[in-house]
Design a protein around this ligand. Structure first.
Ligand code: SF4
Length: 478
């Protein structure tokens, strides 16, 4: 009886703390609600330039002798069978026969280009297939693609490998899940978004809870190391009640990780969003309440917020990696830091090798024409300066470690932070006054409240923000 009373008291105190935190988020939300990048890279993709001398990247790869360094490989599969109205991804909606086979031929040529430069000698510790919808490919095509990579590159069967693929539950069978495990994937992420039928209808993405539940069970039976769910808030017709019902179902299925994104309604940029009636969207205040509700519900259900939008179980390896400083953020979100360089292949894919970032053609037609004719599909890039590298280190520490030492980072570049980052340090005082940051002996640490305003803190160090092209519209930071 005494133990039961103690547990109830602990639960009550936790709920009180969460309530206090949530009302602070609501109080500060309007002050910090502005548009900003999600910092999956720094500088962010809109700053890649068509003026960049792309041949330099090819020389850089060919002369790179770091063959013992591990490599991360991203494969973009752009196709989808139908459009989800909210979508802002680089995708092509098609059911044209033969389109996937032609694309696999293009990927094969691109793999050959990097092979000619010697990147095939590096062990691929991290592999991610994203889209679009990678599972648009048939089981035979999925197998063909993995064999293309395995024939030319050094895949590993180490249990520490991170081989992941994004799954649209509407496009797979239980047999596909078994096949993916056999092909070597050990992590899956399922696009859920919302379980409410009214919301699903409004976004043109119908998928039943029963089917997702069956798939989840199959995934568990095949021993995948980690299962992640993607959710979105701010969608049409969402209310606290509908979100509660969705979250209850999610928690019942107990994924290891949950990514919960804030929907950015930008119909001028993403034409499919014009099919969403804006009057059915939650207002800015309702959106903040939804965010507050989701955060409280997930944290009270045992999930930790590890950074931007990502919640994990307390014993998940991402939580452990964060404590040990091995967490990284890249174009696919958070992952373990197993390789410094990323080679991206496919339509619109981004590569980051050494201090260069390049992107492939963003028009599928141009990508295919160039690649199938054995020409370079690169279209723009950027050479990172020392200032970029310094600011990238700071921003990535904010996103991944939730603390940062300007003294330590600046020492790596031989500069004095009090002189070089004077403006930025002054701006941090506002965050300290608002309780988002605390000053420590070695630097700054984000508070629980500060995790919710992480993008605002990163933006202070972003020297490219003012140069953002006018046509680029970022989502809201809170
Ligand atoms: S959300 Fe995914 S499945 Fe839907 S259109 Fe976008 S990329 Fe395709």
């Amino acid at each position: 009886m005494v133990r039961l009373n103690q547990s109830l008291q602990v639960a009550k105190t936790m709920t009180q703390r969460t309530d206090e935190l949530q009302s602070e988020i609501e109080r500060l939300g309007p002050k910090y609600q502005k548009s900003g990048p999600r910092y999956t890279s720094y500088p962010t993709a809109p700053h890649l330039s068509e003026q960049f001398p792309l041949a330099e990247f090819e020389t850089h790869c060919a002369q790179d002798t770091r063959i013992t360094q591990p490599l991360s490989l991203y494969v973009h599969v752009p196709f989808c069978r139908s459009i989800c109205y909210y979508c802002g991804c680089n995708k092509v909606v098609t059911r044209k026969p033969g389109v996937a086979q032609e694309y696999l031929n293009a990927l094969s040529n691109e793999l050959q280009r990097y092979r000619d430069w010697g990147l095939n000698q590096r062990v691929i510790t991290q592999l991610h297939w994203g889209g679009g919808t990678p599972t648009y490919l048939s089981d035979a095509e999925l197998t063909q693609l993995m064999h293309l990579i395995a024939r030319n590159y050094r895949l590993t069967d180490s249990p520490d490998r991170e081989y992941s693929i994004e799954i649209d539950p509407r496009t797979v069978t239980r047999e596909t899940i078994a096949l993916l495990r056999g092909l070597g994937f050990n992590r899956l992420s399922l696009g859920i978004q919302d379980f409410d039928p009214l919301v699903q209808k409004a976004i043109n993405r119908l998928q039943s809870f029963e089917w997702v539940s069956e798939l989840t069970q199959t995934i568990r039976e095949h021993g995948f190391k980690s299962l992640s769910f993607d959710l979105i808030y701010g969608l049409p017709h969402q209310t606290e009640n509908s979100i509660q019902a969705t979250l209850d179902k999610v928690i019942e299925l107990a994924p290891d990780r949950i990514a919960c994104y804030n929907y950015a309604h930008l119909p001028a940029r993403f034409p499919s969003q014009r099919a969403i009636d804006r009057l059915t969207l939650p207002s800015a205040t309702q959106r903040l309440r939804l965010h507050r509700y989701i955060d409280a519900h997930l944290q009270n259900s045992g999930y930790l917020l590890i950074g931007l939008d990502h919640y994990v179980k307390a014993d998940d390896e991402l939580a452990l990696a964060q404590r040990e400083g091995r967490l990284q953020r890249n174009f696919q979100g958070y992952s373990l830091k197993t390789a410094d360089d990323m080679m991206g292949i496919g339509h619109s894919a981004i590569s980051q090798i050494g201090n260069m970032i390049v992107q492939n053609e963003r028009s599928l037609e141009d990508y295919l024409t160039k690649t199938l004719n054995k020409r370079s599909p690169l279209s723009r890039g950027l050479h990172l300066s020392d200032d970029d590298l310094l600011r990238r280190d700071i921003i990535m520490d904010i996103c991944c470690q939730l603390e940062f030492s300007l003294a330590d980072i600046c020492a790596r570049y031989g500069i004095d932070p009090d002189i070089y980052l004077q403006r930025e340090i002054n701006e941090l005082h506002t965050f300290i006054r608002d309780g988002l940051l605390i000053s420590t002996q070695t630097g700054y640490r984000l508070t629980d409240l500060g995790r919710h305003f992480l993008r605002n803190i990163c933006m202070v160090f972003d020297a490219w923000l003012e140069r953002t092209p006018i046509e680029v519209k970022y989502s809201k930071t809170v």
